[in-house]
Design a protein around this ligand. Structure first.
Ligand code: NAD
Ligand code: MG
Length: 392
């Protein structure tokens, strides 16, 4: 029996994780569940999975959660709240696995806490790696924490990597990483159409059902940019050897190109339960509930190169990765602010990339060597983004 804490259990990844666990109840026990503010969903999850701990965003919400759980028979869940409680449930001594599925920089400290205590981390919270990639990978290496990627592309790459890849990809014959991208809902929109798109259109992804922030990231292709940075830290590979390919069907989830001309790919239906089940059971395999791939039905697989002109966020991310230091943290913070403003209809869709570019231009890049430095840059970049958003 593996004991699991799920950080961000009420989100899209959190719920898909619970779906897979529901199919495999004999193998996993949920020790902790966490949510920012969705009390209704957390109550339902606590009643079904009976975790030892439930964490919510504020003391008021914790009171409401506790009183609703009290009225449910045989609930023994202890209710906690706030950031330090997220870290606490990420570090519980009897927990084997931590699913890091909080969205954005809000997931950084709890992911880092799990890494410090040597847990097996099932990482969905890509922003944590973008903001503090080197730091997080070093902490995990020192503590012996395994980081198993849930992001479908990185999970695919992980499945296609050679044994012992941690000692360096070139030495193991890897030439290139090829990340596939659906291109999102606006792949064929022209510049004038892009200016007018609404949050509702941006959140309607053609292939995947996801939280709002990553849906907008997919529409701007910042998601792929964040994933390039994620892949670079996760597999210790330079930006120059990472290629992005538009593949609108989302059947090939990514590929590893070897020096002998072999290209290994992982295929499957676009459903996050496959990578979640893979990481939960690794190195074994379990049922995920995902339908088998029918290549006779999905029999056309297309590929094309992405346009930096139409998707400037992708270029900004490559540039930030090449700059290193706190550049990726600045990119991420500015992007989180820009998306929030777009979702609240304060800026246009096309302003997201221009605002991120302006913040990157304005701020100095320093070393990302300590968590304090990274957190302070994250805070400053948010303030600068708000200030500059007045003028976009
Ligand atoms: P979501 O918005 O559906 O869920 C986010 C979860 O985080 C919720 O449980 C929410 O309560 C919690 N949360 C939000 N703000 C918080 C805060 N300030 N403090 C504590 N908890 C907070 O998001 P999602 O789509 O499930 O994405 C989660 C992460 O997984 C993101 O980093 C995303 O990039 C990554 N990811 C998602 C998918 C997908 O298919 N949804 C695929 C790949 C990677
Ligand atoms: Mg992905």
């Amino acid at each position: 029996m593996k004991l699991v804490s799920i950080l961000g259990s009420t989100g899209s990844i959190g719920m898909s994780t619970l779906d897979v666990i529901r199919l495999n109840k004999d193998k996993y026990r949920v020790v902790a569940l966490t949510a920012h503010s969705n009390v209704d969903k957390l109550v339902q999850q606590c009643i079904e999975f009976q975790p030892n701990f439930a964490v919510i965003g504020s003391s008021e919400l914790a009171k409401e959660l506790a009183s609703r759980l009290k009225s449910s028979p045989d609930s023994a869940t202890q209710v906690l709240f706030g950031v330090s409680s997220l870290e606490e449930v990420a570090q519980l001594s009897d927990v084997n696995m931590v699913v890091a599925a909080i969205v954005g920089a809000a997931g950084l400290l709890s992911t880092l806490a799990a890494a410090k205590s040597g847990k097996q981390i099932l990482l969905a919270n890509k922003e944590a790696l973008v903001i503090s990639g080197e730091l997080l990978m070093n902490v995990a290496r020192d503590s012996g924490a395994d980081i198993l990627p849930l992001d479908s592309e990185h999970n695919a790459l992980f499945q296609c990597m050679p044994a012992g890849y941690q000692t360096g990809l070139p030495a193991k014959g890897v030439r290139k990483i090829m990340l596939t991208a659906s291109g999102g809902p606006f792949l064929n929109f022209d510049a004038s159409e892009l200016k007018k798109v609404t949050p509702e259109q941006a959140c309607r992804h053609p292939n995947w059902s996801m939280g709002k922030k990553i849906s907008v990231d997919s529409a701007t292709m910042m998601n792929k940019g964040l994933e390039v940075i994620e892949a670079s830290y996760l597999f210790d590979f330079p930006a120059d050897n990472i290629e992005v390919l538009i593949h609108p069907q989302s059947i090939i989830h990514s590929m590893v190109d070897y020096v002998d001309g072999s290209v290994l790919a992982q295929l499957g239906n676009p459903d996050m339960r496959t990578s979640i089940a893979h990481a939960l059971a690794w190195p074994e395999r379990i049922e995920s509930g995902v339908a088998p791939l029918d290549l006779l039905k999905d029999n056309v697989l297309n590929f094309s190169a992405p346009s930096y002109e139409r998707f400037p966020c992708l270029k900004l991310a490559f540039d930030a990765l090449n700059t290193q230091g706190t550049a990726p943290a600045i990119l991420n913070a500015a992007n989180e602010v820009a998306i929030d403003l777009f979702l609240h209809r304060k800026i246009a869709f096309t302003d997201i990339s221009s605002l991120v570019a302006k913040v990157l231009n304005k701020m100095n890049v320093v070393s990302a060597g300590s968590i304090e430095a990274v957190l302070s840059v994250d805070k400053e970049a948010r303030a600068v983004a708000f200030e500059l958003s007045e003028g976009v």
